[in-house]
Design a protein around this ligand. Structure first.
Ligand code: GUN
Length: 296
């Protein structure tokens, strides 16, 4: 490994995949073929790539998947009708509507239409509420859930630690904060949520034992904002212009990796950090949805 302080998200995701594969085999022996239905609206290139990666993970683990691709012109009513049909089907235990949706569709109404029992994304208000309340019967969203698993399996103690979450998005920042402030040895953090209107972000960051960057600003977190020895988790995926590449762009995270890596105690590479964990948690949530279906 190039650096001794890298958190290997791919290796940790593989551990979770092997645990999930065993659960899938057990379900199949009991007559249930776990199934995950993807819904993609329009041709957003990043969404195509993400859904493709998730489909391949399903195939590897023995989870059956289907992808419904709808045109950009799909109305909200048509999308809701498709979700109703998937909710009613005994074949699909999990449903994932890939975000972002076209602007004429209200995402919150769509996510609220997915049955909470099939909501493997953890976006339904009932599951959001359960997460906030610390009720483990709900689904935890895959990216913040994956970050918590990375911390646990890398033996990063959050109990009593100062954690800064950068970004207040509904998919990562807000649920990440809910997860890490729970009363549990695997959380118990003092969490500070910084966002675009936060004053003195650097000062908050410099106090932190753990920084989770999820605000979507390319290479925002610089070395001078990080306390030596802190753990740095980069959730960002930003496409920026770059000379000399095939399409004139490259992907960078929310962390200035070259600058921060020598200062950090532990740091996630990007790619190969959080990304594989999101998929691992999605597969685990799907196995759980199928187990819940079997137990009904
Ligand atoms: N778009 C970006 N991240 C996610 C995610 O975790 N789930 C879904 N459905 N869409 C996304």
């Amino acid at each position: 490994m190039a650096y001794p302080n890298l958190i290997d998200g791919r290796a940790i995701a593989e551990q979770i995949h092997s645990e999930t594969a065993a659960r899938v085999q057990d379900l199949r022996q009991r007559g249930v073929r776990p199934g995950l239905a993807f819904v993609r609206v329009g041709e957003d290139p990043a969404s195509r790539v993400y859904v493709g990666m998730k489909e391949r993970a399903c195939a590897r683990l023995g989870i059956v998947s289907i992808t419904q691709v709808l045109p950009d012109s799909t109305t909200e009513a048509e999308l809701l009708a498709l979700i109703d049909a998937l909710n009613a089907s005994a074949e699909w235990h999990g449903i994932l509507v890939q975000a972002p949706l076209p602007s004429h569709i209200q995402s919150s109404r769509v996510f609220a239409r997915v049955s909470p029992l099939k909501d493997v994304d953890g976006f339904h208000p009932e599951n959001v509420g359960k997460l906030m309340l610390g009720d483990p019967s709900g689904f935890v969203p895959c990216t913040p859930g994956g970050v918590q698993e990375l911390l646990i399996r890398s033996k990063v103690k959050t109990d009593g630690a100062e954690v800064v979450v950068l970004g207040r998005g509904d998919i990562v920042g807000k649920p990440m904060t809910s997860i890490l402030c729970q009363k549990s040895p695997q959380a118990n953090a003092t969490v500070t949520l910084c966002h675009s209107r936060t004053r003195h972000v650097s000062e908050h960051c410099r106090r932190a034992d753990v920084i989770i960057a999820a605000m979507g600003v390319p290479e925002f977190l610089k070395a001078e904002m990080v306390k030596p020895g802190a753990t740095v988790i980069d959730v960002g995926v930003n496409r920026v212009p770059a000379a000399g590449t095939k399409d004139g762009t490259k992907l960078v995270g929310d962390v200035d990796f070259a600058g921060v890596q020598p200062v950090a105690g532990l740091i996630t590479p990007n790619p190969g950090g959080v990304g594989p964990m999101t998929i691992a948690l999605l597969m685990r949530n799907t196995a759980r949805a199928a187990e819940m279906f079997l137990a009904k």
